[in-house]
Design a binder for this molecule. Structure first.
Ligand SMILES: NC(=O)c1ccc[n+]([C@@H]2O[C@H](COP(=O)([O-])OP(=O)(O)OC[C@H]3O[C@@H](n4cnc5c(N)ncnc54)[C@H](OP(=O)(O)O)[C@@H]3O)[C@@H](O)[C@H]2O)c1
Length: 503
């Protein structure tokens, strides 16, 4: 394969584009055919030996990518060859093939291109963690973003708007400020020509910004901090300027303000479930069109060094990506919303023929009417449930810890996830036979959780009719008993009563 290789520490033009051995996945690892890799400021630092992590030479830089899994190592259960994924790696993304830990994969959301996927996780993850997690930015507050046209800066503008803040963007050229406005900034300041303090005073009626997002450091930090509002939060994100500023400690005292450190990489390592929750929330905002990753330039892998040089020279806005395949830029059409059964294996039990009129259903009271097809409760489904419910207990989502500590030898599906499969599985049988307009779970007093479902196990629903009541002209309420069986297991996962409104 071809790769961008750092053999001696130095500026981007010391990187070599050359042949490198194809990586082989070790246990717990996958190899990804890179389609797009995001370029980030730390890539420029790591090749110069100026970053906190220092990979042994020779190495390929690059920490985030999107692509297709092409090989899977021993023990990997959450990825298969052909999966479209986003991955984070300590280094090595600027290569045609990239080795990654399977635990560091995120399924590329349907409808998201590889280049958007590669440009998303680090910048949006950092800014979301900073603004929501660290600063608790509230609707109606004013946010100042420094270096606002850069990767994390543009993400901060969009996230600030999505969180309901008024956003003031500061950058160094009229062109960059125009990009900030296009991405939602309410006000802009050219800090290369305008007095930051005076402009902030004018734009906030003397109050100052409630939250300051600073990925630049250097000479802007002190004037920005001196402008902060009472009880403001100053987010220390990075030092693109190259200088780490110092602040007199009387300043936070006088404003009752906080200086808040942001270290996204460490946050992901230490608080993985919180990151997974953030990711679910961010993907939802992308799906709603409220976050739109801005990729300003693409470079083929052979010109990857130029991508890093342009970033260092402050020539780029938003994100730049290195592409590794012809289809990196193509937005795949959103797949048709698949009925759940399309994702699941197994054959459907032959459904009895014909519609069941309510009178017939009354006659069937007490009888079993059939069994649904199989549904796999895989880790992706479990993670999606955790993201929706914000219930990230390790036994459900922490694959590595569960493999070590769980009595089940791995993660298990949440009981309520299994319960919530009942409407879908019921439609397999009732949807065809009784024209049910709604199927809902019943109250908790009608539910018994019997046995756990381990990640990857298949479940199906055996349905018995309990009764039918007339609820107005042509409308009937059907009550069923649902036994959610687990493949190869004697005990069911859940037994629950459910209601269906018959049209
Ligand atoms: N804390 C964390 O967890 C975390 C995570 C990701 C990134 N970061 C840090 O955040 C910073 C920004 O990252 P990024 O990916 O957004 O970089 P970027 O896209 O290059 O943006 C940085 C911005 O900083 C401004 N800047 C001011 N002086 C600069 C200089 N001497 N060289 C380059 N840019 C300069 C530029 O805007 P103007 O020209 O408009 O001034 C540029 O748009 C980096 O220091 C990075 O290490 C921190």
């Amino acid at each position: 394969m071809k790769a961008l290789v750092c053999k001696t520490l130095g500026p981007p033009d010391t990187l070599l584009y050359e042949d490198a051995p194809d990586p082989v996945p070790g246990p717990g690892e996958v190899v990804i055919d890179m389609r797009a890799a995001g370029v980030n400021f730390p890539d420029a630092l790591v090749i110069q030996g100026k970053y906190q992590s220092k990979p042994p030479l020779p190495f390929s830089p690059g920490a985030e990518l999107a692509g297709v899994v092409s090989a899977v190592g021993e023990g990997v259960r959450n990825a298969r060859v052909g999966d479209r994924v986003i991955a984070s790696v300590p280094f090595g993304a600027f290569a045609e093939k990239v080795r990654a830990r399977a635990t560091h994969l995120i399924p590329l959301p349907p409808g998201m291109s590889y280049e958007t996927g590669a440009a998303f996780t680090l910048t949006y993850g950092t800014s979301y963690h900073a603004l929501k997690g660290r600063a608790a930015l509230a609707p109606g507050e004013t946010l100042l973003v420094l270096g606002a046209a850069g990767g994390v800066g543009l993400a901060a503008i969009q996230i600030g708007k999505a969180l309901g803040a008024r956003v003031i963007a500061a950058a160094s050229t009229p062109g960059k400020l125009a990009v900030c406005r296009e991405n939602g900034a309410d006000e802009v300041i050219d800090y290369s020509t305008e007095d930051l303090r005076e402009r902030l005073k004018a734009l906030t009626g003397g109050k100052g910004p409630d939250v300051i997002y600073d990925p630049v450091g250097g000479r802007y930090a002190e004037p920005a901090f001196r402008s902060i509002a009472w009880r403001g939060r100053y987010l220390v994100v990075g030092f693109a300027d190259g200088t780490i500023p110092s602040l007199p400690l009387n300043l936070p005292l006088l404003k009752g303000a906080s200086i808040v450190g942001v270290f996204w990489g460490e946050f992901v390592t230490r608080q993985l479930p919180d990151f997974v929750r953030d990711l679910g929330e961010m993907f939802a905002l992308v799906a709603q069109g409220r976050l739109r990753p801005h990729v300003s330039a693409r470079y083929p892998l052979a010109q990857g060094a130029q991508a890093i040089a342009d970033l260092l020279a402050r020539k780029v806005t938003g994100k730049v990506v290195i592409t590794g395949g012809d289809d990196a830029l193509v937005e795949p059409p959103p797949p048709p919303a698949p009925p759940l059964e399309r994702r699941d294996e197994g054959t459907r039990e032959p459904a009895p023929e014909g519609r069941l009129p309510p009178a017939e259903l009354v006659r069937l009271a007490g009888q079993e009417i059939g069994v649904s097809r199989w549904y796999t409760l895989d880790q992706a489904r479990i993670d999606a449930f955790a993201a929706c419910t914000e219930d990230h207990q390790w036994i459900h989502v922490d694959v590595e810890r569960a493999a070590r500590e769980s009595p089940f030898g791995g993660t298990v599906a949440h009981g309520f996830l299994t319960l919530s499969m009942i409407p879908a599985t019921s439609y397999d049988l009732l949807g065809e036979r009784v024209q049910a307009s709604q199927i809902v779970n019943y109250g908790l007093d009608k539910v018994r959780f019997v046995a756990p479902v381990r990640a990857g196990q298949r479940v199906r629903n055996r349905i018995r009719i309990l009764g039918v009541e007339e609820r107005g002209p042509g409308r009937h309420l059907l009550t069923t008993e649902n036994t959610v069986e687990v493949e190869g297991q004697e005990k069911p996962a859940v037994v629950a009563v459910a209601l269906a409104m018959l049209a």
